[in-house]
Design a binder for this molecule. Structure first.
Ligand SMILES: [Zn+2]
Ligand SMILES: [Zn+2]
Length: 273
């Protein structure tokens, strides 16, 4: 049996529920994670109550928080991932203050050519004649706040609309609760199942987005049999599927979270695409 994770209505932020986006639930003394390579704050992607994975007792209160670095270096986008395992009282943690920002035009207003002229002066915006202008249009990336604010004022002044976004991003712009649906993953040895296979399920659940798969191996997905530094094998907590976060250019690739159940050390492995 497999467990598929679909989007559901968002639960209240302070509830330790399955969720993508929003604010992470962290203990008071746990700092917002930074990328060990880029030394910038990471993006909070999802939280998973460990008890939902059927790998531990159902009264286990540990939460698995998944963070990703979305900083772009000269070598390309950073792919570092990080897992925080919480214990004890947790509360929604606000993201740290950003120091660099992207500027995105969200509307061209009544004088679109004037706004696009400003956009081409501000940043490296390449627009082909006759092609539609994608909205939002990012015109400046990872700029210090004074430059970014100046750019927004110039866009406002020419009749357009623009927003500042923390760069690299720390939060997703929307959040969803999680709906877990068991399905037949074709694994033998557990007896006959009356569950439908995943293919039928994704049709049945209709318009809901599938976010990932919880727990152990599922055919078609490469299993990561990593050993923890303590020597024991880690277990798969969740496989996250690729998704495009709406209203933003944050690209969330597929990722696999592993955890050592003995020492509670976790890792998030990301792949491009
Ligand atoms: Zn990084
Ligand atoms: Zn270990």
């Amino acid at each position: 049996m497999g467990i598929a994770w679909f989007d559901d209505d968002p639960p209240p932020m302070e509830v330790a529920a399955l969720r993508t986006g929003g604010l992470p639930l962290l203990t008071d003394d746990e700092p917002w994670p930074s990328c060990p390579q880029c030394e910038v704050p990471m993006l909070f992607r999802a939280q998973v109550p460990l008890a939902l994975t059927s790998l531990v007792a159902c009264d286990d209160e540990r939460l698995i928080l998944l963070f990703e670095c979305h900083h772009t270096t000269e070598r390309g986008p950073c792919d570092v991932g990080s897992v925080v395992v919480t214990r004890g009282a947790v509360a929604p943690k606000p993201a740290p203050s950003a120091t660099t920002f992207d500027v995105a035009i969200t509307a061209l207003g009544p004088r679109p050519f004037g706004v696009l002229e400003i956009a081409s002066q501000i940043g490296d915006v390449e627009l082909r004649a006759g092609s539609a202008v994608p909205m939002p249009l990012v015109v400046l990336r990872a700029a210090p706040s004074f430059l970014a604010e100046e750019a927004v004022r110039a866009i406002f002044g020419s009749g357009g609309d623009a927003v500042l976004r923390a760069s690299p991003p720390m939060l997703l712009r929307d959040h969803h609760g999680g709906l877990l649906v068991p399905f037949d993953d074709g694994r033998r040895g557990l007896g006959a199942t009356t569950l439908p296979p995943l293919g039928q399920l994704t049709e049945a659940v209709g318009q809901r987005t599938i976010r990932g798969l919880l727990g152990g191996a599922t055919p078609g997905y490469r299993d990561h049999a990593f050993a923890c530094t303590c020597g024991r094998p880690t277990r798969t907590i969740v496989r996250l599927l690729a998704q495009q976060a709406p209203l933003s250019d944050v690209r969330l690739g597929p990722a696999v979270a592993q955890l050592c159940l003995q020492c509670s050390k976790g890792a998030l492995y990301r792949s491009a695409g």
